[in-house]
Design a protein around this ligand. Structure first.
Ligand SMILES: Cc1ncc(COP(=O)(O)O)c(C=O)c1O
Length: 405
């Protein structure tokens, strides 16, 4: 059980923006005071670089920064040496793709879906152009869901990489990653899992899922911007090349161009990292762990079911993912352009996102390239949902356009 009033007290924005109904957590989440304090404490009390200073606060930051690997490892169930700090899920996915290049040859296939976010498609498209591999798509149903059978129908022995979101960012389809990873491994393929929309919302155990890589961003799970994680299996990380070269990640280099790199994970963290971001992410994970990921998952499921049921009562609303148990609700007001409708909701202090949500080929699956996405997190309430539903019931062409005149 989540004590919602106590949880909401932890987020200063609810006091500072009392009228706001924030339903855009899939874009970025709100931040609790403990995360704000962890970040500002770095600036006010212990600013320094990491892995470079020989003084007390530098040692403190080394311990906080490197210690966060253990916190992340306990959160997703891996070895701390398998936790790479990046700048976001996008950087993590690009690093995974770049690092896997050396395992690919022309004609090899990356199997993905049309429901993926740009950051889990464009790196593979780039490789298609540069390395002669091919991107193929496993078939989805009309709500963006991939079944194990559909995955198997698309799988073949040229597939070397399977790149999939555990939960997709528009329709919130939760894909059967564990079964897919098992099947992919039987073909000798690697599995790159985009956890940007799953890790903030549910318990995720990389050992149990047996994925080879998992990418996610701190800012979608109560943490600061500019920080992400790439989990990678140790035996793969030791063979992979970094995407970036520079300070800290090298052990030695000489004038003839010889470079000796450090071991993973530092090998993949060239240059000064977002230290305050990593420290803030630690505070965010500890905050989430205190509430309990099982509790968060259960509460969000219940809240979404309530939201869906209320939205289904409205005649002017078309919903694109009614059968998904989880994630955002993707909808349109009939006959109203999604951005106009989102503008109307904004005029009622309801914050949602409209458009294609960086999933620019999903329209081939769900039949529209522009939706309103209302995305929940554990700090949302039924009262907020009631306010959103009431505002949605009033969306019409006249109302939506009217706000611009
Ligand atoms: C499923 C999914 N993958 C990847 C990303 C990219 O995350 P970021 O912008 O934090 O790099 C997002 C962001 O919305 C997402 O929803």
């Amino acid at each position: 059980m989540i004590d919602i009033p106590t949880v909401r007290k932890a987020f200063p924005i609810f006091q500072n923006q009392p009228e706001l109904v924030y339903l855009d957590s899939a874009a970025t989440s709100l931040k609790p005071q403990c995360v704000i304090d962890a970040v500002s404490g770095f600036y006010t009390d212990h600013t320094s670089n990491v892995h470079r200073g020989d003084y007390a606060i530098a040692a403190e930051n080394d311990a906080l920064y490197d210690g966060t690997r253990k916190v992340v490892a306990s959160f997703i169930h891996c070895d701390p040496r398998e936790v790479i700090f990046t700048h976001n899920a996008t950087a993590s996915l690009n690093q995974a793709a770049y690092g896997l290049r050396k395992f690919l040859k022309p004609g090899d296939v990356v199997l993905t879906t049309k429901a993926e976010h740009a950051s889990n498609l464009l790196p593979w498209f780039a490789m298609q152009k540069e390395c002669g591999i091919k991107v193929e798509y496993a078939p989805l149903d009309s709500q963006g869901r991939l079944t194990e059978e559909a995955f198997l129908s698309a799988m073949h022995d040229k597939v070397r990489i399977v790149a999939l979101a555990q939960v997709t960012n528009v329709t919130g389809a939760e894909q059967p990653i564990k079964a897919i990873a098992k099947a992919a491994h039987a073909y000798g393929a690697y599995v790159v899992c985009d956890g940007a929309q799953s890790v903030p919302h549910m318990p995720v155990d990389v050992r149990d899922l047996d994925v080879d890589f998992l990418a996610f961003s701190a800012h979608k799970m109560c943490g600061p911007g500019g920080t992400g994680v790439l989990y990678g299996k140790k035996e793969l990380l030791t063979q992979m090349d970094p995407l970036l070269y520079g300070g800290d990640m090298n052990a030695r280099f000489s004038s003839d161009g010889t470079v000796i790199l450090k071991e993973a994970p530092v090998r993949f963290e060239a240059g000064t990292p977002a230290i305050e971001g990593v420290i803030g992410m630690r505070a965010a994970i500890e905050f989430l762990q205190k509430i309990g990921m099982d509790n968060i998952h259960a509460y969000e499921k219940e809240l979404r079911a309530y939201f869906l049921q209320r939205m289904q009562e409205l005649n002017n609303i078309e919903i694109y993912n009614p059968d998904n148990a989880y994630g955002p609700v993707a909808f349109n007001a009939k006959g109203v352009f999604s951005q106009d409708a989102a503008g109307y909701l904004a005029s009622r202090n309801i914050a949602v996102r409209s458009g294609n949500h960086c999933a620019k080929i999903l329209h081939e699956v769900i039949g529209t390239d522009s939706t309103i996405r209302a995305s929940l997190y554990f700090y949302n309430t039924k009262e907020e949902i009631d306010r959103c539903v009431a505002a949605c019931s009033d969306i019409s062409l006249e109302n939506a356009i009217g706000i611009f005149f």
